[in-house]
Design a protein around this ligand. Structure first.
Ligand code: APR
Length: 307
């Protein structure tokens, strides 16, 4: 198993480290455009392997030839948000970066499954899909797991219960229009509405929507990376272990949920082939309308692309 991570910045380096710590591959290749950065971080990480007790080798490189034959490639290259910026303001710059990166990745790993993390997420996953020419099940975006993890954390904080017992699902685009499914949120199987009143739930939903900017405002020089990297690695693990996990991911829809020709967050089954099924859950008219609005927003941003 060979896994490549493109971008050796905050998200990329942490993704690579988590893959090493979990020993999910024989080899991790960390690539960046900056000379020395992936080599330095990669070697440092490899030197942690004897202490962690893992045999995953780490190779840092500026050369895509070293990524040849990767089974999974995680794309984190691009610029991150600073305070006052929306994810959409990254679009033009990151679209160029993701397009170039995808071309180089595909040339050396034509059979790979691509996991896109660069923002604005749904649009960048579309860019990777179109550029790669891969089947839709092999190009997947990471966002729903992160948004859901934030929502679960805020609920656990509010109730003083284990995060493990909060089960939830956040659909839609990775942005203000995301759709947390409150109706399907449970604490150990008991509906959330048994524990919290509507104004409190609304407050937690809003905090989830603003979860990314909350971190950006603290950090000031960049955006979140611990939870985003954990989310991307949960996807990697589901694929390399063929776990058939049901996880919210950005998927290319062709009529599911009444949505067509765009990437948007929905529950999918993840296994060794990538997306093995798009799971269609029953939505109320209101939830469906919110998902459609979110998809329209992503589509209108895709329309602005000069690919
Ligand atoms: N090829 C390879 N690497 C590149 C390229 C490129 N063409 N362009 C930029 N990079 C690298 C940068 O050199 C940098 O090391 O991508 C890395 C990005 O790292 P950070 O600036 O630390 O950003 P990070 O927090 O990792 O976020 C990366 O993921 O969550 C999203 O919104 C976030 O789009 C952003 C991306």
């Amino acid at each position: 198993m060979k896994i490549t991570v493109i971008g050796a910045g905050n998200v990329g380096a942490t993704v690579a480290q988590r893959i090493v710590d979990k020993e999910l591959a024989n080899e991790v290749v960390l690539v960046d455009i900056v000379e020395g950065l992936p080599q330095g971080k990669g070697l440092d990480m490899y030197e942690s392997a004897p202490i962690e007790g893992t045999d995953t080798q780490v190779v840092g490189s500026n050369n895509y030839a070293d990524t040849s034959g990767s089974q999974v490639v995680v794309i984190t290259a691009g610029i991150a948000r600073k305070p006052g910026m929306t994810r959409e303001q990254l679009q033009e710059t990151n679209a160029g970066i993701v397009k170039g990166v995808t071309e180089s990745v595909v040339a050396h790993s034509p059979q790979a499954i691509l996991i896109v993390v660069s923002n604005p997420l749904d649009v960048m996953t579309y860019v990777a899909y179109k550029t790669s020419g891969f089947e839709k099940h092999r190009v997947i975006g990471m966002a729903g797991i992160l948004d859901t993890a934030r929502y679960r954390t805020f609920i656990a904080m509010e109730l003083g219960v284990s995060v493990e017992d909060v089960q939830a699902l956040v659909l839609g685009g990775h942005g203000d229009s995301m759709v947390p499914l409150v109706r399907y949120t449970t604490i150990a199987g008991v509906p959330l509405s048994e524990f919290l009143d509507q104004p409190t739930i609304d407050k937690l939903v809003k905090r989830t929507r603003d979860g990314g900017i909350e971190i950006v405002n603290f950090l000031k020089t960049g955006s979140a990376y611990y939870a985003p990297s954990a989310a991307a690695v949960e996807m990697v693990e589901a694929i390399v272990k063929d776990k058939k996990r049901i996880l919210p991911c950005a998927a290319y829809l062709q009529g599911e949920y009444g949505i067509r020709d765009t990437y948007i967050g929905v529950p999918v089954k993840l296994g060794k082939k990538g997306i093995e099924q798009i799971v269609e859950v029953t939505l109320t008219a209101e939830e469906k309308a919110a998902l459609t609005t979110s998809a329209e927003e992503v589509k209108s941003n895709i329309a602005k692309l000069k690919l």
